[in-house]
Structure formats: C-alpha cells, structure tokens
Design a protein around this ligand. Structure first.
Ligand code: TAP
Length: 482
C-alpha cells in the first residue's frame, strides 16, 4: 500500500489563504516517504471546528527499528572520513592530512565561497552630471579547470568554489593519477541537487583531455594548477585558440630565512613542517632554508633531529607523518635530484635513500654546502629534500631568497617585527609567512610572483578570476556630439 496523502483545500478556512495542498504523509525514512510496516495511521483533528483533518502514518517499534538502522548506516558511512580514506588510498598522503587538511579544507572552501554568492556586486562610479555609470560583475561563462595530484580535493575546491559562486559552469579535469575523490564528489554534488551540466568532471590524460580543454574554442576561461612547464603549454594553446582568459598556479622553490634572534625550537619545527608536510609535494614547500651563520650549527643539529623523529610509513597509521610519494614517476624524479646533488658536490647531510624496500617512500633528506647554481638549489624537487645554507646579514638573506625563477612563498623567522616587515617587503613572493610556514587560509589570496603563476586563488581575490566587468554608461542629459 502507498503511504497516506494529506490533502486540504484552504477555500474552506476563509481569510486570505486559498488553494489546495497535497503531499505524502508517510514516514520519512532514508530520504523516502514510506507507509508504516503495519499500515497504521494517526487521525488529525482541525482545532478550529473539531472535524477530521486527515491522516499521517503511525510508526510502530518496527518502523523505529528501520529508521534507526538507516540513521546508523548513514552515520557509520561518515562521508567525510570515507573521502579522506579514498584520498589517502589514491595519493598516499597520511589519513591525518587527508582528513584535517584536504577534506576539512574542501568543506571550508565551499562554505566560504557559498557566502560570496550573493555578494558579487559592481560599483556606481562618478563621471559627470550628465552621466550615471555603474559596473556589473558578470560570470565569464564556461570555465575549464585542470588540477594536479598533490592536493586532489583541495585543488578541486579552490577551483570550483569561486567559479560556482560567480555563476559560471565548469568542465574540470583531475590528475590522471588521483581522480577518485573528484569522481566521488561529483556524485555527492548530484545528490545535493546540482542542476544538470553545471559541474562536469572529466578524467583522462593531460596530453589529451587537458590539451583539449586549453585549446577548446567554446571554453571562455582556463584555470590551471600544476607545473610551470605545462603552464606554458596552457598559455600557448589559450593564445592560439580563442584567447581564453588564463590563470596559472605553478611551481615554487620557496625560502625560509632563520634570523639569529628567532625562537630556535619553533623555527626548527616550522622549517621541518615547511619541507616534509605532504611529503614535500607542496607547491609552497620550504625547500631552501637560509640560516644566520651565528646559529647555523645549532639550527642544523636540531633540524636534523626533528626530521629524524618524524615517522615515515603506512599512511593509514595514526602516528605516521610521512607516507609514500604519490607515484613511481615522482619517486624516480626525486631520487634523480638526490643523485644530482651528490654528483654536483653538495654534502648529503641526512637521508638520501629509499625508506624501506617497497613502495615509493623516501627518507627526509638534507643537503648542505650547496652552491647557488646547483640543480638542487634551483629546481623544484617536489619531495622531502631540503637544502640548508648560511647567510651573514639581512641584505644577503634577501638576495639569496630572491635568487630564483619562482616567487610563490617565503618564511621569515625573527622576534623583531620591524625586521620581519622590512624583509617581507623586499621578498618577491606571493605569500610571506612570519614565524610560521605552509599555513594557507581560505580568506587570504594565494599565488605567485615571477614564474610561479598568473593570478591569485582563494579569498576575495579569486572572484576576480571568474567575472567579466561591464561598464554601463547612462546618458542623462548630454546632447549628441553631431
Ligand atoms: P603537471 O604535470 O603540470 O599536471 C597538472 C595537470 O595538468 C594534470 O591534470 C595533468 O594531467 C595536466 N596536464 C599535463 N599535460 C598537459 C597538457 N599538455 N595540457 C593540459 N593539461 C596537461 O603537474 P603535477 O605534476 O600534477 O603537479 C605538480 C606541480 O603542480 C608542481 O609544480 C607544483 O608546484 C604545482 N602546484 C602548484 C600549486 C599552486 S597553488 N601554485 C598547487 C599545487 C601544485 P595528467 O595528470 O594526465 O598529467
């Protein structure tokens, strides 16, 4: 039997209400209206006239059992945890990072930009008495988005959230290595009631699906996060096709500067976090650490102990800090950089080998005595490999820190706030952390100077990537010029 239906015609009540209502009055269990197991109902009475009003289902202990089972299953599924497990399974990052960085960040980013959706507005701009003028911020249209494998969920959220909040529709391609959470989120989006066609997730190869996005004639904008090398391809094919708008979030070789007045233990911890967070597979990884010569030896000793103390192993174990690198390709690439450092004559101070005998684990690795022109000082390694070098004064620290093609992030460690602000102003870097590292906030812009990219993501700034500005001129009293 079907569940009871409640029907009422407001015509009979008098007053201002008219029209009929009719809806299922069954038990709402597992997102469906169902009849009670025994088919029993409760009669409702209209308190105005004491007459019968209709029926709703009456649950018995059997129905309560069914509802509790559904609630229990939904609770146990804990979709956030499942997404985190899927992320760790596919990427190798620790479950801790997946839960508290990727999934939490994903949710925070969506929520933050949902708040912007009704706050996208232009300005009225004074021109002269004969004219009233204003700007409108309109959606760009169809947006193509291409993301990497190091933060599959995080990058997904950074891309789709501001694009949706500003009214665009999306075709997004995750990395060929880590598509699982994006596919899962697409199913959740459908469940949440996304209209058809608004969010399209296309898995595939960069050289095929990615290239098709950047060269498509009917995509109005492409937003890319990935390597500087591929970023150049994106820019070229956007230019060669329909001159679609482009934003690029690219690589980095970020410096940490440790001054002699820094809180040494805290600086050691942040610098360690700077390089080994997410196994060094972070665009902003603090892979060059410059230490004032007065505290260099003490810093190096403590830094080495810190990196040795972090557990490398199974990403699903709760006490693991560093899991495997995301793929064999990355593993080989990083080991290649370690070999080049040794060959070029740098001192291998810590690590430098595979951790264990299977999987793609790499020991946290420190190089010292690194010359400015060595590959390990200049190129993004994207693994747990850091170079530590000395400086003797503030000017030298700034010069060394800026001696790179990149400009994504930098860290400064000092107790002197005037020095911190002075040095921060001189760094060519999209983000400067003072007395911390790798702490990204959804409200603050993130992106790079120089070859680290074009444009900014996150915060209010990211909204500019996804709107066209229209200036509207209204003639109030000017006569035509001819
Ligand atoms: P890439 O190799 O550049 O790949 C990024 C994305 O581009 C992937 O989806 C890739 O697809 C696709 N792709 C590859 N070739 C393409 C082509 N010819 N045309 C269009 N798309 C193409 O980077 P990755 O190794 O995944 O990620 C690591 C890099 O991302 C690092 O340099 C890191 O610094 C950077 N990154 C930057 C940021 C920010 S915010 N600046 C954040 C995270 C990562 P496939 O997966 O099929 O190769």
């Amino acid at each position: 039997m079907a569940p009871p239906t409640f029907e009422f015609d407001f015509q009979t009540t008098g007053g201002n209400f008219t029209g009929k209502v009719a809806f299922s009055a069954g038990l709402f269990i597992n997102n469906e209206f169902v009849e009670s197991v025994e088919g029993s109902t409760v009669e409702l009475v209209n308190p105005t006239d004491g007459k019968p009003l209709g029926h709703v289902s009456a649950a018995t202990d059997k129905d309560i059992d069914i509802a509790v089972k559904a609630a229990r299953e939904a609770f146990e599924q804990r979709w956030g945890t499942k997404l985190a497990a899927l992320e760790s399974l596919n990427n190798g990052k620790t479950v801790f990072v997946s839960r508290f960085v990727d999934v939490q960040g994903f949710v925070n980013t969506l929520r933050y930009y949902a708040g912007w959706a009704d706050k996208i507005h232009g300005k009225t701009i004074e021109v002269n008495d004969a004219k009233f003028a204003y700007t409108r911020h309109e959606p760009i249209g169809v947006v193509g988005q291409i993301i990497p494998w190091n933060f599959p969920l995080g990058m997904f959220a950074w891309k789709i959230s501001p694009a949706l909040a500003t009214g665009n529709t999306i075709v997004i391609k995750p990395s060929e290595w880590t598509p699982l959470t994006a596919i899962r989120v697409a199913a959740l989006a459908k469940e949440a009631g996304f209209p058809k066609g608004v969010l399209n997730v296309v898995t595939g190869l960069g050289s095929v699906a990615g290239a098709a996005i950047s060269s498509h004639m009917d995509i109005d904008k492409v937003a890319f996060t990935g390597s500087t090398l591929v970023g150049r391809h994106i820019l070229k094919s956007a230019a060669a096709s329909n001159l679609k708008k482009v934003t690029l979030e690219l690589g980095g070789k970020s410096p940490s500067i440790i001054f002699d007045d820094a809180d040494l233990d805290k600086a050691v911890s942040w610098a360690a976090f700077g390089i080994v967070f997410n196994h060094g597979q972070t665009c902003s990884a603090g892979s060059r650490v410059y230490v004032h010569e007065k505290i260099y030896d003490e810093f190096l000793l403590k830094f080495t102990e810190k990196l040795k103390s972090l557990k490398v192993g199974n990403p699903f174990a709760p006490d693991t800090f560093q899991g495997p690198q995301a793929s064999e390709t990355q593993f080989k690439r990083i080991m290649g950089y370690i070999e080049s450092g040794k060959k070029d004559g740098a001192t291998l101070h810590l690590g430098g080998s595979q951790h264990g005998t299977e999987g793609f684990f790499i020991e946290p690795t420190i190089f010292t005595d690194v010359k400015p022109d060595m590959k390990i000082m200049r190129e993004e390694i994207f693994g747990p490999v850091v170079v530590v070098a000395k400086f003797s004064n503030d000017e030298e620290a700034v010069r060394l820190a800026n001696d790179t093609l990149y400009g994504l992030a930098a860290g400064i460690f000092t107790k002197d706030i005037s020095r911190a602000i002075d040095v921060s102003n001189k760094l060519k870097s999209g983000t400067v952390w003072i007395n911390e590292f790798n702490k990204v906030e959804v409200t603050l812009p993130f992106g790079g100077y120089k070859q680290s990219g074009i444009g900014r993501e996150l915060g209010e700034y990211a909204l500019q990537n996804y709107t066209e500005v229209k200036a509207v001129h209204i003639n109030l009293s000017a006569t035509p010029p001819i």
